[in-house]
Design a protein around this ligand. Sequence first.
Ligand code: DI6
Ligand code: FE
Length: 421
Amino acid sequence: MANKIKADRVWYNTNLATMDPEIAAPYGALRYYAIAIHQDRICWIGPSLDFESNVDTNDAQDMQGFWITPGFIDCHTHLIFGGNRCGEFEQRAQGASYEEIAQAGGGILSTVAATRALSVEELAESAMIRLQALCNEGVTSVEIKSGYGLTIADELKMLKAAHQLSQTINVNIRTTLLAAHAVPPEYSGHGDDYVELICSELIPQVAERKLAQAIDVFCESIAFDLAQTERLFKTAQQHGLAIKAHCEQLSHLGGAALAARYGALSVDHGEFLRANDIKTLKKHGTVLCLLPIAHYFLRQCRTPPIDRLRSAGIPMAVASDLNPGSSPLASITLAMNMAVINFGLTPEEALLGVTRHAAKALDWHQNKGQLRCGFDADLLIWDIDQPSQLSYELGSLNLVQRVIAATHREHADLQGAVTDV
Ligand code: DI6
Ligand code: FE
């Protein structure tokens, strides 16, 4: 045929979980299909029998019924930090609560001290181990927050460490400024002054140097109140940064609705969300990002109102929240499994949560999170019978057969994650 599409690689006789909303089957599944990529983009998808007459390639592989999904997107992590919180883990096992430990000056602030003591290189090196663990399970894109520096220099240091990671591992990275994670000891009792510092100095610098795409705020009674949160959102908007927020995790403060009104990409946690908040999320197209590992690790009783979110049609992302205090478990498939078992998502919703909906939470939905022509070639090849197996079967099998992450650099296979098929 004259006008064949040129492709670097084609996989045929494969089942595609496209996650494309325009394909009616569950998971947007297409069975016995072929998918072709060229220069880090998906360039052709069609029935297996048609590929030879449509695609010109020197590299075509018979997948014998293996599945391909979009690369996983972990849209909420705090994976850069110093030290650990084992001592606090012991205290909690003896009955102290997360809030009590925070109020006594431990919690986030103990990680702040340990993070301030490390250099960019040391932070990147220790974070790499955690990032590699996520990638080994199929994460090809990850959001990384600052928030354990809490001075201008230390927040910038964390963001630089995040960017350094993207130079050394084949993963797509989005960074978020979470300077409003806790009031630092230097500003104890003067939270407003710290917010002023973030707004007058840090946000402008981060925006100008393009060190982060978004800001995030921990809007909780133990952190920042609504007025402070709104001030941060306004400043972020003025500087062209996107907005994300940790809301309604430990109590209902109203941060979720406020964030949605400011056009937030996502509000994250949501255990205490109310019906009116859900209406506001719907109105503004905000994603609700579920963090079931933190919910488990803090032994929270209350779960986010999944049935209401589902019937309102709110896109629900699922992320690891990887952090030393409330979610030190570096596993996106564990987050998917807990979203199903503890929150009541379907396995299909869990997979949507780490693909299409996670992409939306990071403003990446135009080119990531689905298998679709023109989208980035972030692909996972799986030896599974059904896509539901991805949130069902953890740990016993290395189901990922191959990871392809379209970082728009030279393709480099991820260390430790790859057995070519
Ligand atoms: N919510 C979380 O889950 C993390 N931060 C936040 O705002 C916890 C961070 C920590 O405890 O170190
Ligand atoms: Fe978090």
